[in-house]
Design a protein around this ligand. Sequence first.
Ligand code: CA
Length: 746
Amino acid sequence: MRTTIKFLFVPFLLIVALASCAQNDDGNLVRTIEEFDEAVASLQPGDEIVLANGTWTDAEFKLKAEGLPDNPIKLIAEEPGKVIITGQSNLSISGSHIIVSGLVFKDGFTPTSEVISFRTSKEELANNSRVTNSVIDNFSNPERHDSDTWVAIYGKNNQFDHNSLIGKGNRGVTLAVRLNTEASLENGHVIEYNYFGPRQTLGSNGGETVRIGTSHYSREYSNTIVRNNYFDRTSGELEIVSNKACGNEFRNNVFFESQGTLTMRHGHNTLVENNYFLGNRKANTGGIRIINQYQTVRNNYLYGLTGYRFRSALVIMNGVPNGPINRYDPVVDSFLDNNIVIDSDHIQLCAGSDEERSATPTGSSMSKNIIMSKTNPDPFTIYDDISGIKFEGNVLNEEANVPIENGFRKVPYSVTENENGLRVPEQSLIDDIEFGEVKLPVTKETTGAEFYPKVDKVGAFQSGEVHSVAAGTNTILEAMDNSKPGDTLLLENGGEYLLTKYAFVNHPITIKTGSGDKAVVRAEKSSFFVIENGGALELENLWIDGAESPDQAGNNVISTSKYSMNRNYSLAVRDCKVTNLDVNHTFNFLKIYKNTFADSIEILNTEMTNITGSILSLDEETDDLGIYNAENVTIKNSKFTDIQGSIASIYRGGTDESTFGPIVVVEGNEFTNTGLGKRNKTGASLIFHGVQKLHISDSNWNKSAPLELYLTNGEPITVISDVVMKETAEIRANNDEYTIENVVYK
Ligand code: CA
């Protein structure tokens, strides 16, 4: 009997052992989306779905599941970081107590409007769930202005932590907390320890990195906590963070060289505490912008912020009296206290004051702030009545002027680097405001998915190898094919080069002659160079000649892709000579297409002669939606002679206030017989519409079409100085809100 019993028991135990073994090894491993769907259909609390290592293409994961607090349902990678989801893919979850971990979305885009969604349908939301240790990298819709959201959090009590979100190129918020139904209000989500990697300038509204709520639900409470995140050059637009709901907290976040601000765009009772803004004197870096009621901004550290107007280090806005929900509510009972501001340029009070935004702040205070800066002797700009802000116990260095009578004590500028590598005022001042230790709450290393590197992929110009290229036909093309990002093609001194095919530029590349005679480049196709998505081009010490170009209208030297580009490009032309672009009419130097965007375009020390088209026409976004084609344009120390089209035509239409550019510098140039061709529809030699910052100086116009300005909203800065206009019509402008110094007509 005993033997029999034993005999019966042993196989049973074996089966149990084998079954649990299979469960761990293979039973819950899924290799296809069909296997995934099957696994989802029978999930029980405590179950785990393991995605097999490898590449998953065009996979839409929909996970509906009900876990329990002690027995959550998990969706994990076989090995974190080795499950790569690409193509047209996404993930949506609903139910409760779900944990997702270890996934990488890379080099694809979502076919819907969200990549990771905390809902599977309008009614089915996720609650008490978590996405952690996961990545979305370069997962941008190829249509630049086709909007989507990378992470959309609905429901309640969800957590998004230790994830890396890197390189969103198309329009749409990187991470949004949605409050669009009752079931998503007062949600208590926690967003922490995430790495928000570089986000390029979008050149339009819609480039926010984090948004909580929308104007429609902005008077509802969200109660979301955003803490201990690292924002690394998140420069999509003016709003890095767009707070649009009540009761949210932003604590212990680091904003590294990010262009834009943490903006309390809507909603009340926000806490902004102990955040670090490190501008490092980079352009357009900003801090904190206060709008609405009961906002508390305290104990933040701001260093090296150069932004002005709405992207200043500190901004308190004016509001609209009894305005509609989508406009600016006045600042009421809000506090800007105990902050340290070092080497930053602007603090603006009652910003945005105009006929509509006429309500000044009330019941508010600015106290015990330490402001140390020699970068701007007049850091304060006050646009309206500040009597509703109480100033008390603030400290300012002696060199800085403050137009406010009371509440500021002057001390010597004394700033040193502390043991944590941060620039700080004297310790006694820090102690006076009980700021605590000045130290970054998180770093790049302590945030994001632990397995995923945080490296910049795009090579800077001339950062790679140098390839010598022999003179001849298509030798440049062969060298380009063999090049890597950042490489340089070195042409022979005085060599002759012919392109019989388009030279497609797929990554950053420099083409140059060394210090000797310029190599000459000619082309038989309608373009010499075509900058494709991901490309950037630098031409140095070259002679570009149109003599071999086809006899047809509309040729160009450089073109962007004809298709939408979701990655910004840059173009630099230095020490070059450009001649004989005249085989037929409208031979342009640069031809851009809609839905493309340049971070920077430079023409330096260059001579251009005998051209039937235009040089830089950056005016393809004509819908007046605040979209434009280039952020920074510089034309310097160059000569333009016999150019039938315009030298520069830059257009940013509409009244949007969420971007910084275009920013244009025109300095030290000669324009002779330019802009007078009958096909030049602009009728101008240079025309700037909606440019936000324009400096024109030390330049001469000779027998040329006039300079034309169209100044729009955003308090554009326009300065024209030391300019001679000979036999050239007067500057044309739609108003006189620009500065003009020493402009001589002859
Ligand atoms: Ca915005």
